[in-house]
Write a protein that binds this ligand. Structure first.
Ligand code: MIG
Length: 815
């Protein structure tokens, strides 16, 4: 069969299907095999146990992608055997087969259960377009793929990876700003991940317009994918991020509330906004300067009229606990005498046409040249220029328009990029351009302040962008459906290695209703990046701009956010180690549970492994929530729900449906105005009764330097053991001096009068406790009375912050 295809494509048109065909020779090498067929070269490599790389090319040598997968020297044990017209490669976690007569690949787990198999159309080409066709297993679901709209389960849909500036995108539109060609397939026999390491425009089709197969393809480059298998989805994501990297520890202030606006100016407005947060007792850490901070939109300038003295403005803001983040667009105004342009031009750092003329397009500053961030020299230069901002005291950087965007939005494909010494056209470079800009910005911040953790936020990116920056989901809209779609985008980014992400709270385009803004602020408190932003020429959209009630609700959730920062910070730290998200789709914990994919429940997620958040429109008074197998405590009252059930939950605007998983432990701090403010010295520990055991690693450090890498951190483990009825605290570790001197432990769902601490009996105290405060009665009518939830008679105990191990015993679960 393959012979037919081959001869027809060779003699008539390049525009016909051309498969790998019969494998003519193969040989074993250090970590797999190489093979040749009439039409292609093939290389199969065991990257580490659980990860197999499949490469196939029509060319003499394999294509390289310098910016995506991290180099790693691993040698894994495996065996190779040729039997029944197949080559069998077996490692501990994956058994792999390739068929000699057509190159069809199959992947099995160690028990020989089929996980994934090529359709008989296999890996093949139409011209330069390369595709891998896969069988769809019974009931197979597809999740992940990064910043993609649509349902949690992507079956029945197709997506394009081509970084695109998409103002006010709709909730089903595609492609958006960032491309991550990584997805997870899951069916009754197991789960696996596929990362397609090809930066050209690509398509992932999970059964749209065809019920025969799923496929992924790219318009050029090689078939080059990593097949990842592990017993759990979490381990698959961890393995994927061992390939493409993990985020670096962000500064603590980046976890606080961030206020953005297109644009705050002049300086007096910036002060007014900052002061209002403090006057209104609404905690916040960050104010953004959008494009109006520049003179004629020229990067590395301040508008002298709007901001006559940026240095002292930023210093004054810092005194009040605010950090300033500035926007940076890649386009450099082509203006003689403007130093960044003159330097970039004379050093040859801009993107060029093949005839060596600079590529020029229109953006905010007018005609612009575009720094080639795929070139090391350009990245270094950009980083040196950033002294302009760091000198002024700027702490964070916001990379926008880095798809790259320009008026007209149709970049010609012939322009050329360096790709660190492997020059290529826009077709190969576009999707990595934004991420290389984010890299330049991160490296620049580090060049300027080596011992300060940078905060970089990027709009565009590719697989691995998490190493350089946090991400936000671009120009969303002020609508209920967009708020929920945004939750799915964040969860999908989390499934795809990007742990630190957020959306524009309130919506960028349009104007939020009062209730929408309040609900979005509540949900945002439970997302990794807590940031409000809004478009130019729209009504004020600060959390106090929507009336008193919205202000109170916003304040409540902002305060709760700051109370939870010890937990969020600890989970961020874990994510730097394991690549797992902070907002975790339930597909990570409950992949086999069909309920979680239903449209009513697909937005639900676990925040910090502890809080099940059920986002709901602000217009609803009651909503359906699915609680998977476990025990769940309604956050605000401790009402206990058995898992594996659907409940109807009242959701008045003041109360976002959030449930704490039984067996959980988390830590909190006192109310703060900003993350750098001193807390009251008490670490609040909440432990929840449950059948399952739970653990928590509390982590802290100075919040802004790299000293923790040399041991200056403070951490301690907590473990709840259900059958022993105990809460154990491990020894503290690290050399950082914690500022906590006391520990106040809250026991949720237990019915103890006393407990045993290191063998001695201690009486518990009881108080009425609430995670969010009571709202004022704005409306005097009795039927509008706001409900208030609190946890009645919550048992607690305050002890000096233990220096050593400590065990609390005798915990009895309420029946
Ligand atoms: O052409 O800098 O997504 O957040 O406020 C619009 C102005 C450019 C797009 C970003 C948005 C930002 C806006 N930018």
């Amino acid at each position: 069969m393959s012979q037919n295809f081959q001869s027809s494509s060779a003699t008539s048109s390049n525009s016909r299907y051309r498969p790998i065909g019969q494998i003519e020779k193969w040989q074993q090498n250090d970590n797999g095999i190489t093979a040749e067929s009439a039409n292609a070269r093939i290389k199969i490599s065991l990257v580490k146990d659980g990860i197999i790389r499949v490469q196939s090319t029509q060319n003499k040598s394999f294509d390289s992608n310098p910016f995506t997968v991290l180099p790693d020297e691993n040698s894994v044990e495996f065996s190779i055997e040729e039997k029944d017209d197949k080559i069998h490669l077996k490692s501990a976690l994956i058994h792999f087969q390739i068929e000699l007569n057509n190159g069809i690949c199959s992947f099995f787990d160690s028990n020989g259960t089929l996980l994934n198999k090529d359709d008989s159309l296999g890996i093949s080409w139409i011209g330069t377009e390369v595709t891998c066709y896969k069988e769809v297993q019974p009931n197979e679901k597809f999740i992940g793929l990064g910043e993609k709209t649509g349902n949690l389960n992507r079956f029945g849909n197709a997506y394009v990876n081509w970084n695109t500036d998409y103002f006010a995108y709709g909730i089903s539109d595609d492609p958006l700003y960032m491309s991550i060609p990584f997805y997870i397939g899951t069916h009754e026999k197991g789960s696996y991940g596929i990362y397609f390491d090809n930066t050209h425009k690509s398509v992932f089709n999970f059964g749209a317009s065809s019920d025969r197969f799923a496929y992924f393809n790219a318009e050029d480059g090689d078939m080059d994918y990593y097949f990842i298998h592990a017993p759990s989805v979490a381990e698959i994501i961890s393995n994927y991020t061992s390939l493409t990297g993990r985020m670096k520890m962000p500064p603590k202030w980046a976890l606080g509330f961030q206020q953005c606006r297109y644009s705050y100016y002049p300086d007096k407005e910036v002060y007014a906004v900052a002061n209002t947060f403090r006057d209104k007792n609404m905690p916040a850490d960050v104010i953004y300067l959008d494009i109006h901070h520049m003179e004629k939109y020229k990067v590395f300038t301040f508008d002298g009229e709007k901001f006559p003295d940026p240095k002292s403005m930023i210093a004054k803001l810092k005194e009040r606990g605010f950090r300033v983040v500035v926007i940076m667009d890649p386009g450099i105004k082509t203006e003689k005498g403007y130093l960044p342009f003159d330097e970039g031009k004379s050093k040859g750092l801009f993107v060029k046409y093949p005839d060596n003329k600079d590529y020029i397009a229109q953006v905010w500053p007018g005609s612009c040249a575009f720094p080639d961030f795929t070139k090391e020299e350009t990245r270094k230069w950009w980083g040196e220029k950033m002294e302009f901002y760091t000198d002024a005291g700027v702490d964070g950087f916001w990379a926008d328009m880095n798809e790259p965007a320009s008026w007209g939005q149709f970049t010609p494909n012939l322009i050329e990029f360096d790709l660190d010494g492997n020059p290529a056209s826009h077709r190969k470079a576009r999707n990595v351009y934004g991420m290389q800009m984010a890299r330049a910005v991160q490296e620049g911040a580090l060049l300027q302040n080596p011992n300060k953790r940078p905060f970089v936020l990027t709009r565009s990116g590719f697989a691995g962008v998490q190493r350089f920056a946090a991400a936000w989901t671009g120009d969303n809209q002020s609508s209920e459906e967009h708020m929920l779609a945004g939750v799915r985008l964040i969860n999908s980014l989390g499934l795809s290695g990007v742990s630190f992400s957020g959306f524009d709270i309130g919506g960028f385009a349009g104007e939020a209703s009062k209730s929408l803004f309040a609900r979005w602020m509540s949900i945002g408190a439970f997302t990794p990046l807590y940031r409000a932003h809004s478009m130019i020429n729209t009504k004020d959209a600060e959390p106090w701009s929507f009336g008193e009630e919205v202000e109170e609700i916003s304040r409540n959730y902002m305060k709760l956010r700051y109370n939870l920062i010890p937990t969020i910070y600890s989970k961020m730290y874990e994510s730097t180690r394991n690549g797992l998200p902070i907002s975790s789709s339930l597909a990570i914990s409950n992949v086999q549970d069909p309920k979680i994919y239903e449209s009513a429940f697909q937005n639900q997620y676990l925040f910090c492994d502890t809080f099940l958040v059920a986002p709901v429109e602000s217009t609803k008074a009651i909503t359906k929530v699915y609680l998977p197998e476990a025990e769940w405590y309604y956050l605000f009252s401790d009402d206990l729900h058995k898992g594996n059930t659907t409940i109807y939950q009242d959701c008045p605007l003041a109360y976002l449906p959030v449930y704490v998983k039984g067996g959980s432990i988390f830590t909190c701090q006192s109310d703060l105005q900003y993350t750098g403010e001193s807390h009251n010295g008490i670490l609040y520990v909440h432990v929840y009764a449950g059948k399952e055991n739970g653990t928590f690693l509390h982590y802290e450090d100075d919040g802004e330097s790299w000293d923790f890498e040399d041991g200056r951190y403070h951490s301690r483990s907590f473990a709840y053991n259900s059958s022993l009825g105990s809460l154990a605290m491990g020894e503290t570790s690290g050399e950082f001096q914690t500022a906590y001197t006391m520990m106040k432990i809250y026991f949720h769902g237990f019915h103890n009068e006393e407990v045993e601490i290191n063998g001695c009996s201690e009486k518990l105290n009881f108080e009425d406790f609430s995670f969010v405060g009571k709202l004022s009665e704005f409306d005097p009518l009795p039927d509008h009375e706001n409900r208030f939830f609190e946890i009645k008679n919550l048992a607690h105990l305050t002890i000096p912050y233990p220096e050593n191990e400590l065990i609390i015993k005798g915990l009895k679960i309420k029946k």
